[in-house]
Design a protein around this ligand. Structure first.
Ligand SMILES: C[S@@+](CC[C@H](N)C(=O)[O-])C[C@H]1O[C@@H](n2cnc3c(N)ncnc32)[C@H](O)[C@@H]1O
Length: 239
């Protein structure tokens, strides 16, 4: 499957469900010329949106095309919905970049099963090389287990909890990755939300922007907000 944007298993958690009732209501709204339309939510993924996948694709493809040195990292991989897309782009480009995934693999109460095993199974089902897994809390694995050079990094460690606790985790992530990022390396920040830049969506993890504002206050990099439909994210390129 070379289309990264139409999500199908194992790239998604389940097959997409379309509601016939919503189709019918939309037909009625069109007939009545209301100008209104109810959007069907994409039920096939729960960790990212199709719009975000488009952004991921082009940004990781860009660092490979421009030969930015270093490896590909994800901080917070869960069962790998983003990670298998990253590995797919690496392999499709014939790149020798390695994918390093960092996670505690702590199992949330809403999840039945073994997160790490499911991650490996998703890579197997997608026919992709297994990633290099760094299991443990970031305070134990970062920065020691990071590769020397980083070309692309996705930080996605939000848990919708206390924003100051999350800000501190994010600060530790920034302190760890920043010195290892090559010039022109890309860092994508899941859940970055700025009410002036992100036209829609919700601010589910305000700790991301809190940490960015502190860490980058005296740095030259600028944040670029990306359209992600109902979830927000943003990126910066290392100068
Ligand atoms: C929203 S999920 C990541 C979703 C993932 N990017 C995907 O595509 O499916 C957040 C992940 O961050 C991890 N995480 C949060 N804080 C962490 C920490 N301090 N150390 C290690 N992992 C952490 C959680 O275990 C969880 O798997």
């Amino acid at each position: 499957m070379n289309n990264y944007f139409i999500t199908q298993k194992p790239y998604s958690i389940q097959d997409r469900k379309e509601s016939k009732t919503i189709d019918l209501v939309n037909k009625g709204l069109r007939f009545l010329k209301t100008g209104l339309h109810i959007k069907q939510q994409d039920t096939s993924v729960d960790m990212n949106t199709v719009e975000q996948r488009i952004n991921y694709y082009h940004l990781i493809d860009s660092v490979i095309a421009y030969n930015v040195p270093g490896e590909v990292i994800e901080l917070g991989c869960f069962t790998g919905q983003c990670a298998i897309l990253f590995e797919k782009v690496i392999e499709q480009n014939g790149s020798d970049k390695k994918l390093h995934l960092f996670d505690s693999f702590h199992v949330p109460f809403t999840f039945k099963g073994n997160v790490e095993e499911e991650l490996k199974e998703n890579f197997r089902l997608a026919g992709l090389k297994q990633p290099i897994i760094h299991k443990g809390d970031f305070k134990d694995t970062l920065p020691n287990e990071l590769p020397e050079g980083i070309a692309f990094v996705h930080i996605d460690c939000g848990f919708g909890g206390d924003k100051y606790a999350h800000r501190d985790v994010m600060l530790h992530c920034f302190e760890s990755i920043y010195p290892r990022m090559a010039k022109n390396a890309v860092c994508i920040l899941m859940d970055y939300y700025d009410p002036e830049e992100n036209a829609q969506g919700i601010d589910i993890n305000p700790g991301v922007k809190l940490a960015f504002d502190i860490f980058f206050k005296d740095k030259p990099e600028k944040i670029v907000a990306l359209f992600g439909e109902m979830y927000n994210h943003a990126y910066f390129r290392k100068m």
